[in-house]
Design a protein around this ligand. Structure first.
Ligand code: ADP
Ligand code: MG
Length: 234
């Protein structure tokens, strides 16, 4: 099956269920189809199943709520990072379910996403919105508190090619951080530009995607890893 077919099936299913956004595992499945480097993960329906998946992935893992009613997962106690043992996995499973039930009483809980825990590094954001006039517009910026504090982002109208992606990154004020300023880990600009180009391709293909957020993306000296993906439908 082509990336387009897989993506359209997931999107059609969400639309049939009157959903306005995709859950993280669905958004990541689409990203993976487009060759984007997403953290390995699988949905568990029971604590026991979560342990099986964690054993397969390797510890530590990150666990997250999977619910069509929850878009900002950490706001409702829906994310636990650094889960180190099978016992902790079972405990985290129940804790997340309880947290979410408390914060969002009507939430339908599909399960818990068990995910490879990516080593921390410089956080960047790759985003996209579909503008009524310009069509898909791609955004790049530094992640974490910096993006909220100084709105240090750059934009391009899609399609964005590799050279344009590199220029986009150079435009942000904190670009020097990505080059390894004052001991910051040097970022793999080739890997990051590849993420921008593939995001652009995805947005050109999938007209039902109104907004895409890869936030955060961990930038490494070699490679990069997308640990959260959000897709909002038109
Ligand atoms: P939210 O829906 O609240 O944005 P995220 O999936 O972004 O939830 O998780 C919240 C935070 O947890 C992230 O910003 C990141 O710092 C950390 N995190 C999430 N997934 C992973 C992962 N796979 N590896 C390492 N850290 C992660
Ligand atoms: Mg996030």
């Amino acid at each position: 099956m082509s990336a387009l077919t897989v993506a359209n099936e997931l999107i059609e299913r969400a639309k049939a269920e009157n959903r306005k956004f995709l859950m993280e595992h669905e958004a990541k499945a689409i990203c993976r189809e487009y060759g984007l480097p997403v953290a390995v993960s699988e949905v568990a329906k029971t604590p026991e199943e979560a342990v099986e998946i964690a054993n397969k992935i390797g510890y530590p893992v990150v666990m997250k709520i999977v619910s069509p009613q929850v878009i900002h997962k950490s706001d409702v106690g829906g994310v636990i990072v650094g889960v180190k043992t099978p016992e902790e996995v079972k405990r985290a499973y129940d804790e997340i379910v309880n947290n979410v039930k408390k914060h969002v009483p009507n939430a339908e809980i599909i399960g818990i996403l068990v995910q490879e825990m990516a080593p921390h590094s410089t956080e960047v954001i790759v985003g996209a919105i579909r503008d009524a006039q310009f069509g898909p517009v791609i955004m790049f910026g530094l992640g974490g508190v910096l993006v909220e504090l100084i709105k240090d982002v750059s934009f391009r109208v899609a399609p964005v090619d590799k050279d344009e992606a590199l220029l986009m990154m150079k435009e942000i004020k904190t670009y020097k951080l990505l080059e390894g300023y004052r001991g910051a880990p040097k970022a793999d600009l080739d890997a990051l530009s590849d993420i921008i180009v593939k995001t652009s391709k995805l947005m050109m293909d999938l007209k039902d995607v109104a907004q895409l957020d890869l936030n955060p993306v961990f930038a490494y000296e070699k490679g990069a890893k997308i640990v959260d993906a959000r897709i909002i439908l038109s």
